[in-house]
Design a protein around this ligand. Structure first.
Ligand SMILES: [Fe+2]
Ligand SMILES: [Fe+2]
Length: 445
């Protein structure tokens, strides 16, 4: 049966057909409403209890307070009767190891509460509700039989679990050496972003030298997501039309894409695997940099894009020897780096540091890669490291379909303070997550 994913901050309404709607939920809340008599139903994917007032492109369906009335109106406009509607809801989990400060992140719990009160006030019965708890869920609405199912995300294609500890020695060092080199053009552009004294003439000639990258960049420029009215047929023209900062990000993104594994048994269990997770983290890191003014946005973007490169060599060993290891860490609620160290001897932050050295990445990027799960261990570039940690955390809790890391939050308060933030800022930060990151061409702008 054809499945349609409902991304966060949006809803889909449908008449009866042989298809289903799905939403993957971490801290987000999913709601289905169905009028079986009128054969109309829909699924809403909410991000926050209420608007924080910082979202420039206000999307009512991101917030429970505005999203619920909006969703109800759309259903009634499509022929549903409020008196006949029945609801199911799920999500609002605390994802990952939980500390006191996670209670500050329990926006999911509050979102669920707003939905529940709204449905009660409207007299709409809730037939099934699974909210809170500590694991991600998938909510699906069968548009033919009008059934809603709620299941933990890790039970989908349930793996056979492997214990974390083992006597087998895995050679991650060798796997690190085997990773193909980063394309030269990407490395040069990354260095240019860090130097900040490049000329675009220089960048243009670098890009033109790599036919494959030039081709990919032009394809991206001409994709619907860019919304350009004219056809872009050269790098020079792209530069004029989209501007140098966006072009640089496109070049780096297009050139690292092929490095990220697409295997289905290592880390890449969620949609799009590590690459989509990396783009999401990059886009959030960039927004956090603008908001906190603690790093240059393009450097934060690059750091977010590359933070998990250690997963490239780890993924090869993992997929071949310990399939579903990553999913088993989710099921057991284990902190990822700890579980990796037990199983493989090193974790992906150390493998990434080694790879970053081999690729001769700028030092501040290596610091991010090596310390992004425990930012206080960084001796330099603490603010950039913490910024990427926070972007990774927001990504794992609010974009559950694109990797669900168990990220340590024990020192969250201290980490927020490092960026001159406090727990009251959390709803604002969540609101900074670009809406529908992956909806169109799944590439960053
Ligand atoms: Fe990571
Ligand atoms: Fe990550």
């Amino acid at each position: 049966m054809k499945k349609e994913i409902v991304t966060s901050g949006s809803s889909v309404i449908s008449k009866k057909k042989k298809e289903s709607l799905e939403a993957y939920l971490g801290s987000c809340v999913g709601v289905t409403l169905v009028d079986q008599h009128a054969d109309v139903g829909g699924l809403l994917h909410l991000l926050l209890p209420e608007a924080t007032g910082t979202d420039m492109s206000f999307q009512p369906e991101s917030y429970a307070t505005t999203g619920m009335p909006h969703f109800l109106k759309k259903l009634i406009d499509a022929g549903a009767s409020k008196e006949r509607l029945e609801a199911c809801m799920a999500g609002g989990a605390l994802i990952g190891p939980v500390s006191d400060h996670d209670l500050s992140l329990d926006v999911g719990g509050r979102t669920a509460q707003v939905v529940q009160v709204y449905l009660e006030n409207q007299g709409i019965p809730i037939n099934d509700s699974e909210t809170g708890g500590y694991s991600g869920r998938k909510i699906s609405l069968d548009l033919y039989h009008w059934n809603t199912t709620i299941e933990p995300t890790w039970q989908i294609e349930r793996p056979s679990l492997s214990p974390f500890q083992t006597d087998v020695v895995f050679n991650i060092d060798e796997a690190v050496q085997r990773v193909k080199p980063i394309p030269q053009v990407a490395l040069k552009v990354i260095r240019m972003i860090h130097r900040d004294d490049y000329t675009m003439k220089e960048v243009g000639s670098e890009i033109r030298q790599d036919q494959v990258i030039s081709g990919r960049v032009l394809t991206l420029c001409n994709s619907a997501v860019m919304g350009l009215k004219t056809v872009v047929d050269s790098i020079d023209r792209a530069l004029i039309l989209i501007g140098e900062k966006r072009l640089l990000k496109l070049v780096v993104t297009a050139s690292v894409k092929s490095l990220f594994p697409q295997s289905s048994q290592g880390y890449s269990l969620c949609k799009g695997g590590i690459f989509q997770h990396s783009i999401g983290t990059a886009l959030i890191a960039q927004e956090l940099a603008v908001f906190t003014k603690k790093a240059a946005p393009d450097i934060a973007y690059t750091a977010g894009l590359l933070h998990d490169i250690g997963k490239i060599p780890m993924d090869q060993v993992m997929a071949a020897n310990v399939p579903f290891f990553y999913r088993s860490t989710q099921e057991k609620g284990a902190e990822l780096c700890e579980a990796e160290k037990l199983k493989f001897g090193i974790d992906h932050t150390e493998a990434g540091r080694q790879l970053g050295k081999i690729w001769a990445l700028p030092n501040n990027l290596i610091n991010v890669i090596a310390n992004h799960h425990y930012p206080e261990t960084a001796t330099e570039d603490k603010e950039l490291v913490t910024l990427v940690y926070l972007a990774d955390l927001l990504m794992s809790k609010f974009q559950a379909h694109y990797e669900l890391d168990q990220i340590n939050t024990e020192k969250l308060l201290h980490r927020l303070n490092l960026l001159d933030l406090n727990p009251d800022h959390l709803p604002i930060l969540i609101d900074l997550i670009p809406k529908n990151i992956f909806q169109s061409a799944s590439m960053p702008i």
